[in-house]
Design a protein around this ligand. Sequence first.
Ligand code: GLN
Ligand code: ZN
Length: 757
Amino acid sequence: MSKNYIVGFPRIGEQRELKRVLEEFWAKKCSFENVQNVASKLKKRHWEYQRDAGIDFISSNDFSLYDNMLDTSLMLGAIPKRFANLKNEELYFAMARGNASTVAMEMTKWFNTNYHYIVPELSKEDNYSLNASKIVDEYNEAKSLGIKTKINIIGPITYLGLSKRADGGDVYEFWGKIVPIYEELLKTISTLDDDVIVQIDEPIFVKEPDMKMLSLIKPTYDRLAAVSPNIKIAVVTYFEHSCEATKILVHTPIWALGLDFLNGDENLQSLEIIAKSDKKLIAGVVDGRNIWRCDIAKTITLLENISKVVTKENILISSSCSLLHSPFALKYEEEMSSEIKEWLSFALEKLDEISLISKLFFDGKSSLDEAQKEALKSNEKANEDRKNSPLIHDKAVQERVKNRALLQREGDAKERLKLQREILGYSDLVTTTIGSFPQTPEIRKARSDFKGAFISKDEYEKEIKKYIDECVAFQEECGLEILVHGEPERNDMVEYFGEQLKGYGFSQNGWVQSYGSRCVKPPFIYGDISRPKSMTVEWITYAQSKTKHIMKGMLTGPVTILNWSFVRDDMPRGEVSKQIAVALSDEIDDLQKAGIKIIQVDEAAFKEGYPLRSEKIKVYEAWATRDFKIAVSSAKKETQIHTHMCYSEFNDIINTIEDMDADVISIETARSGNELLKIFKKVGYTKEVGPGVYDIHSPRVPSVEEIVKQIELLLEVLPKEQLWINPDCGLKTRKWEEVKPSLKNMVEAVKIVRKKL
Ligand code: GLN
Ligand code: ZN
C-alpha cells in the first residue's frame, strides 16, 4: 500500500543531452525537430526511471526546454508586446534569450536556489488566453507509454508574486485576469482522464507572507478545486515552512498539501490542523536539493512522529522539493574515492531511497525483499561509516575553530583608513578593477591541459606568467592605479579554493541546471576544513614582482565559498563557514607577510544566502558577519581589506555591511544609477566605496563622457575622498577588445573629473 511521490525531476539529462542539443539548435547546427526528439527521449527515460524505482506519483509538465515559469507565461498567453510578431520556438527562445532585435525577459533566482527563472512581465493592456497544448501533450505522451502522471503546474499566486508589472503597480491586481485561465486549464485537464491529479506549486507561501497574498489563497483554491470533480489538487510548497498558508488551505476543498519537513521544521506545527481536515499530506522528508545519502533510520523516526498526528493512510512520502536541484546520477563518478561516494545520493539514488522508505514505513521491515534488505543495511552502514570516518573529523581543526573567538581588527575604520592612505598613497577617485580579466581560449586550454596532464607544470606556469605579465603591462599602460593579477589560474572563484582546501570533494558529472542550458557543478564540503598550504600567495607575489604599483590580493570570502557549495548536513552551516573563515585568515596573514598591502575578499553570494523568513535573518547575519570578520581578523591595521558584492540593493542589509568592517567595498550600481547608493549617505557610511561606473554584463564599450557623467552623479551622493572608481564586477566573461577601450575610457574619465574638481 506504499505511497510515494516525487515533486519533480531534473530535465537537463544525465549527460546534459538537453543542453547539447539546445546549444546546437541555437548555433543553427540542427533543427528544432532534433531538439524535440531529444526532449521526447529524455522525458521517456525519466518517467521510466521513476516507474522502475517504484515511484507511485510521477509528474508530467515538469520538463521544460528552458524554464517552467516561462512555460507558464506561454500557457497564460502573457507575452510582452515586443515579441508579438514571433511564433512557436522562435517566440519561446526569444523570450528566454532575446534575439537580434529584441531584448530577453529578465531572469532571476528561484527562491534561495541557484536555479533562475524568467520573470513574467505583466501589463494592463495585455489580454490573456489559455494555451494548454504543452500540458496536454506531455500528459498524453506519458500516457501512451503506459504511465499515468500527475500534472505539475506553477500556482497562480506564486506566478503573480514572482512577476513584475511594466508600470510598477501591484501584481496581485492581475488575479482576476489569470485565475479564470487557470480554471479553463483545469477544465481542459479534466477531459484527459477519468481522474487526474494536478500538483500546483506555490512556493511563494514559504516567503514572509503578506496580507494581500494570504487573502488570495482561499478564493483561489475554492475556485480551482470547484472546477471539476475528477480533478484532485495537491498544493505543494518547499524550501521553508508555510504554516500561515496551511492554516487557510485546510479550509479549501483541495485534496493534498505538500510540505518540506527538512527545511521548515515549523511545518510540524501544522500537522494537527491537517489531521483534522482529513487532507492528504505529501511529506517532504528526503532532501531534494542536497547530495547526501538519506539517513533512513532517522527519516523513519521523523515519519513515525508525523504519523502520530496524521494517520498513515493520509501520508505520501516525498522528496522535499523537485529533484531539479540535485545532480542526476552517481554512476558517472569514476574518480571519486569509493568511501566518499558511499555517502552520496543524487536524483536517481534518491528515487530508490524514497521507494525503500515508503515500503519500510507502510509495510514494515518484514515486507522487504532480499535486495531491499541489502539496500537498507548498506544505508545504515554508509551513515555509520560517514559519522565515524577520519576523513571528516579533524580534531585539530575543531579545537582551533572552537577557540577562535571573534577577533576584531585593530583600530576603527577611520583610523585604519588614515594610516592606509599614508602608506598606500593613493589619490581621491583612485582607479582599480574587481579582479579577473578576460579568460582567453588559450588560458582555458592551458588550465585544462594541465589538469589532464597533457602539459607539464613548467609549461602551465609559463602560460600563466605570460598572461599575468600582459595583464600587468596593460594595466600600467592604461594608467590604472591599483592593479590585479587577472585570475588566469582560476576556473571558478569557489572551485579554485575548494580544490586546495582539505574537506572538499568534487564530482565529474554532478551538474545542476542553473538556467536554460547552463549548468553548474558545485563542489561539496564533506569534512572539517583546513588549508594545507597557501593558496594564492605564489601568483599574487609573482604579479607584485612585476610592478611598482600596488597589487591587490584576491580571495573568495567564507560565506560565498559556503553558499556556492553543497554543504555537509551533519553540522550547522555557520560552523562550516567558521572553519573556512579560519583557513582564510591564515591565507590573509601569508599574503600580508609576503608584502601584499591590499587584499580583496569577495562576497559575491553574501546576499543570496539570506534566509527566506525574517525570523531567521538575524541568525544568518550574525554568523555570516562574524565569519567575514574572522577571515580578515589577521589583517594588520595597515593592510587594506576590500570586499566586493555583485548587486546594488543594500537598503535591507546596509547595517550588516557596515558591521563587516571592510575598509573598501566595491559594488554593482552601473545599471541602476546612483539611487541605490543613497543609502550609504543616509546611514553615514564612513568607509570607502567603489560603485561600478560601467556595466560589464554587456559587450558595449562605454564612452568617456558617459563615465564622466556617472562619476559626477556619484559625487552628488558621496564625497571624492570616499570614492573608488572601478567597473561593476570582474571582467572574465568579456573580451580583451571590449575591456581595453572600456578601461582606457574609465581612466580618461577620472582624469577629466579630477581636473574639474
Ligand atoms: N574577483 C572576482 C572576479 O573579478 C569577483 C567575481 C564576482 O564577484 N562574481 O572575477
Ligand atoms: Zn561581482
